[in-house]
Design a protein. Structure first.
Length: 217
């Protein structure tokens, strides 16, 4: 176990990867993000998120403006470097520097990001920032216990399942039991090495398909 010490609060900085870039959310992202939401299965994709699909570019822009200057959460646009377009967002939240604990949440990866190397690198970039740059001890992922895709994603990304918090929240008028996952600073070096192996361009064919899967443990 690491020696307890405060971590550094995250700043609104750009996190650059090979395939994707995380940019602090600004109003100029609104059109791209609305395009990522204005899709036939939007209701399904938002089923377990705390909000409903945006109905216009203006609604996205108003939401972004409402978050400007807020220290917690910090929202990032997930930008595909090959196109320059934002295809989703994610945020750092429940930031507790004095205990070295931070959470990734409100993850919306649109169809051009979800289940691609962009999504994996987006998670890697924020984990790298959290552990290596800011000195956090614990990185959390939480989701509705009924959200099986999110739980599978957490485990694929190297988070460890810790249990179910019963009747934890009321979201959209319904009970939410919450599944808790975490990764710790002592686990990060091995997780980081596997992320970097998987993200290496040599692991992908000419169509961008993986040659070997991401595996932990």
């Amino acid at each position: 176990m690491s020696a307890p010490q405060p971590a550094t609060p995250p700043g609104r900085v750009v996190l650059e990867g090979r395939y994707t870039r995380l940019e602090p959310l600004v109003p100029s992202h609104a059109a791209d993000l609305f395009a990522a939401v204005d899709i036939p299965d939007a209701e399904q994709r938002f089923a377990y998120l705390p909000s409903y699909p945006f109905r216009s570019v203006e609604a996205v822009r108003d939401w972004i403006v409402s978050q400007q200057g807020v220290a917690d959460p910090i929202l990032y646009a997930v930008v595909d470097k090959s196109t320059g377009r934002a295809g989703g967002w994610q945020q750092l939240m429940r930031i507790v520097p004095e205990h070295g604990v931070i959470e990734i949440g409100y993850v919306y990866w649109g169809p051009d990001v979800a289940r691609t190397r962009l999504a994996t690198e987006a998670l890697y970039l924020v984990a790298h920032n959290v552990f290596d740059d800011l000195g956090y001890r614990r990185f959390e992922w939480k989701c509705n216990d009924r959200n099986e895709p999110s739980k599978r994603a957490a485990e694929r990304f190297g988070f460890t399942y810790e249990g179910r918090f019963r009747q934890h929240m009321i979201v959209k008028g319904e009970n939410r039991d919450t599944a808790w996952f975490s990764m710790l600073d002592g686990e990060w070096p091995a997780l980081k090495a596997e992320y970097e192996r998987w993200l290496d361009p040599a692991n992908f064919d000419a169509d961008g398909q993986q040659k070997s899967a991401l595996r932990f443990g």
